[in-house]
Design a protein around this ligand. Structure first.
Ligand code: ADP
Ligand code: MG
Length: 459
């Protein structure tokens, strides 16, 4: 029918605009490498879209760390608190415990900095109160904490740094420009917690540190969760001053004219809390993928009556289709696509869909997830190029491990497998054998605790 054909032309146009042929991915990888150079060269205060932030971590965990350390991970929809008893070279991680708390949405946008940090400190106090057997604090010493804070921060030292800006749905204006360690410490004092913040780390840095503790070949870390970001170990001679240096790229803010950005991405960006920023993140990460699919469905409904004469009102609600639900539809293996049917009904109130319609929904999920996964792989190749690990040097035994974490990578199977296969496609067989993508399960928490240990006030 005319309706169906019109809907299909919107679908086809979207599909074409999302295409990521290998040539385009190579251009994206090259642009990433070029931006990394530009970001490293840029003087204080910017110049490049990639901030390439100095983490002030110049020695990654050695394995000798010992003692009781806490970590606090704030960066998305949940925050985690963790404690770990480290047993040095032989004991390693003797014992660990954690708890996860979801952040009330109003605290993410309409609170003050003090209210947000008070909430966190209260949950931390509750967790400290349950410290029991197997954890040992030497008498008279203070507890120490690694603070994983996954937003762009201009660090001043290992344990201080000013918030540059919020991303991923947070916007608490009075926190911008402030030292987040000072803000957290004030909240700890208000809650009567005797604890020192020994390290402030981005989640990419924590994941890199935690990954390296388990596997010495880890050279970079990538987060694919609510947002996306990456960190890597920069070679000594390219950075004046110190030896090893770990760089938080803030790659979510990457942009290139080679990126396949569609009208739906542009609209999503314009409606966001941070228009014009984090464009790479908005094409790739878990906070946004579902909403891109929703926007295409909404346009098909509005312009072609794809779901009947009336546009289902819930199709117009931003972020109503979450990426886990998109993933569930994408992975629907039932012949009649029952999962898609029930998701369309439960989420959008759309019932009585035909099998053909449900197939189109699955195809849309596939287009959006595939584009995100392939671009993530291109970004990783950009890092490998920067590190000189995108080729095999003759006679050299080479192994580069990338620690990857985040709910999107962990749970969205088709996304993960597409990322891996695209990476092999881009690198070619010989190099692909030297590069390993390793799931660093919650490595950032342990990583932050390890960095707190190596920056402890107690020798
Ligand atoms: P954060 O990035 O907030 O620190 P996580 O790493 O746990 O937290 O990632 C959570 C994100 O992962 C969610 O916002 C969601 O987008 C994505 N996610 C979680 N579960 C799934 C799933 N089953 N399928 C696809 N994406 C998922
Ligand atoms: Mg996280």
């Amino acid at each position: 029918s005319g309706r169906w054909n019109k809907a299909m032309s919107i679908f086809k146009e979207f599909e074409e605009n999302c295409a990521t042929p290998i040539g385009k991915l190579r251009q994206v990888a090259d642009a990433m490498t070029a931006e990394m150079h530009a970001g490293l060269a840029a003087s204080e205060g910017g110049g490049s879209q990639l901030k390439m932030l100095n983490s002030y971590v110049d020695n990654l965990p050695t394995g000798d760390e010992h003692g009781l350390f806490y970590a606090l991970d704030l960066g998305g929809t949940n925050f985690r608190v963790l404690r770990v008893q480290l047993g040095g070279r032989d004991g390693r991680v003797v014992k660990q415990e954690f708890t996860e708390v979801s952040i009330p949405p109003e605290l993410m946008t309409s609170a003050t900095s003090g209210e947000l940090f008070d909430f966190i400190a209260k949950e931390l106090a509750r967790f400290i109160a349950t410290e029991g057997e197997g954890f040992f604090l030497p008498p008279g010493s203070q507890r120490e904490l690694g603070f994983t804070f996954s937003f762009p921060v201009k660090q001043l030292s290992i344990a201080s740094g000013n918030l540059i800006r919020w991303t991923k749905g947070f916007s608490i204006d009075d926190a911008v420009g402030k030292d987040v360690v000072v803000e957290l410490t004030k909240a700890l004092v208000r809650q009567g917690i005797d604890m020192r913040v020994a390290a402030l780390v981005n989640d990419t840095i924590g994941t890199l540190a935690g990954g390296k503790y388990l596997n010495n070949d880890v050279a970079a870390a990538v987060i694919l969760g609510t947002g996306t970001n990456a960190a890597y170990v920069e070679r000594a001679h390219t950075i004046p001053k110190s030896g090893e240096m770990v760089i938080n790229m803030e790659w979510g803010n990457f942009w290139s004219s080679h990126l396949p950005v569609t009208e739906y991405d542009q609209a999503l960006d314009q409606d966001s809390l941070n228009p014009g920023e984090q464009i790479f993140e908005k094409i790739i990460s878990g906070m946004y993928l579902g909403d891109i699919v929703r926007r295409v469905l909404c346009k098909m409904a509005e312009e072609t009556g794809f779901f009947g004469d009336i546009v289902p009102p819930k199709l117009k609600t931003r972020f109503i289709l979450r990426t886990p639900d998109m993933s569930a539809m994408h992975h629907d293996t039932s012949l009649d696509l029952r999962v898609v049917e029930s998701k369309l009904k439960d989420i959008f109130g759309i019932s009585g869909t035909s099998l053909e319609t449900r197939r189109i929904v699955v195809d849309l999920c596939n287009i959006v997830a595939t584009r995100g996964a392939r671009l993530s792989a291109a970004g990783i190749v950009g890092i490998l190029k920067k590190m000189g690990k995108d080729t095999v040097n003759e006679g050299e035994k080479q192994r580069t491990v990338i620690a990857v974490d985040g709910g999107l990578f962990e749970h969205y199977t088709k996304f993960r497998s597409c990322l891996k296969s695209t990476l092999s496609e881009l690198l070619g067989e010989e190099v692909a054998h030297t590069v390993v993508i390793e799931h660093a399960n919650d490595g950032s928490g342990i990583g932050a605790a390890l960095l707190a240990a190596s920056h402890s006030q107690y020798p």
